[in-house]
Design a protein around this ligand. Sequence first.
Ligand SMILES: Nc1nc2c(ncn2[C@@H]2O[C@H](COP(=O)(O)OP(=O)(O)O)[C@@H](O)[C@H]2O)c(=O)[nH]1
Ligand SMILES: [Mg+2]
Length: 454
Amino acid sequence: MFENLSDKLQRVFKNLRGEGKLTAANMEEALREIRVALLEADVHFRVVKQFIEHVKEKAMGEEVLTALSPGQQVIKIVRDELTKMLGGHQARLRFSNEPPTVILIVGLQGSGKTTSAAKLARFLAKEGSKPELVSVDVYRPAARHQLSVLANTVNTPIYEGAPEETTPLELARSARRQAVQTGRDVLLVDTAGRQHIDDQLMQELQQLKEALNPTEILFVADAMTGQDAVKSADEFHRRLGITGVILTKMDGDARGGAALSIRSITGQPLKFVGVGEKTDALEAFYPDRIASRILGMGDVLSLIDKVQENIDQATAEKMQEKLLGDDFTLEDFRDQIKQIRKLGSLGGLLDMMPKIGPLKELKDTKIDEKEINRVVAIIDSMTPKERRNHMLINGSRRRRIAKGSGTSVQEVNNLLKQYAQARKMMKSFTGPGGMLGKKLMKMKLPGLPGLPGF
Ligand SMILES: Nc1nc2c(ncn2[C@@H]2O[C@H](COP(=O)(O)OP(=O)(O)O)[C@@H](O)[C@H]2O)c(=O)[nH]1
Ligand SMILES: [Mg+2]
């Protein structure tokens, strides 16, 4: 559902990647495009405004990581802000200390309350809870029957009600009593909805809230209705007080604006998303994962995190200087390869890179960890002098190195060739960022010369 937004944002990043550094001008342009992309995705204008301000502040701020290229830095900032906009951390269901925990499920008609109640029952049972269902929709017998059928599907007990129980309150109270008696620890209350918010509905829900003291009041919203979903969530929150939102029909072609706005506008977290009609089509909502999915950067994002965690800033800077200078020795070559290895398995590293733009060509590259170990072993078998001046390494030295590292002369020759190639490439490399990335493509791994600007 975020495809359009995702495409547009990726285009912005692609353009930025070509830039050597962030300037007020290229940042302004990027921000303008991001703004349009968000508005077109139907994100609430107030949320967009705030978002752009925050990204701008951070991008222009001093929080700059030399291990990341300008494009990557902006991606990181946008990802962080998107995550924040979606609520930051996963908002889990809360449970009462005095079971049963009551979860009131509210919302407009047709939003997906009954379906979501059954989905939640299934979800909770899987997590080890013992849920019970009750429908208090006394206006439509068909609605209560619908929940009975679904309860059966998800193997959850349901309180069906006695003939004399005709009000939502009576039904709910009896259901709770039964839950206590039968040792059920969560009571899911499916309520009636209306086409529009009206006083009668609100009064009824208010009464249920007072009588049941629910731990959660989950507002069910239909993502397809876009900003209307946000508006009604907001109104329900003001009039009733909700504790979270379930956004349904995320499997449809909604543009995603509701998901992106609801937290900022209502202050209440999105807890679950419905992604289909079946009872297993419910997902807990993880802001960080969704933000990554929206950016669609494969996992360049995890890569950014890894770089941040593992590369020591000073080393990276020193390395960058060396890359630009003339004295790129075999020692540096080895250190670089070791740095890369520090990031984890190289295969994993490649998987994390987005398979777009110039990196497409890397898609099927397989990196051999053993080969890296071999390279390091060969360089380790050289004398410090040899490492600093590869011209010294003649035939007999090559044989000695091969023996010392348990490799063959041919492998030593190959390594020296790769090193020479890397060196040549360094020399023709004129600035940080995108350029290096392009040249990298033409190189045979593991002559991968380093991290700056993939
Ligand atoms: N595609 C899709 N359909 C859903 C989802 N949730 C509910 N529905 C459908 O939406 C319609 C209304 O759902 P229902 O639970 O009866 O809504 P209620 O009136 O709020 O109780 C039904 O046809 C459901 O199958 C969802 O996540 N994805
Ligand atoms: Mg219903």
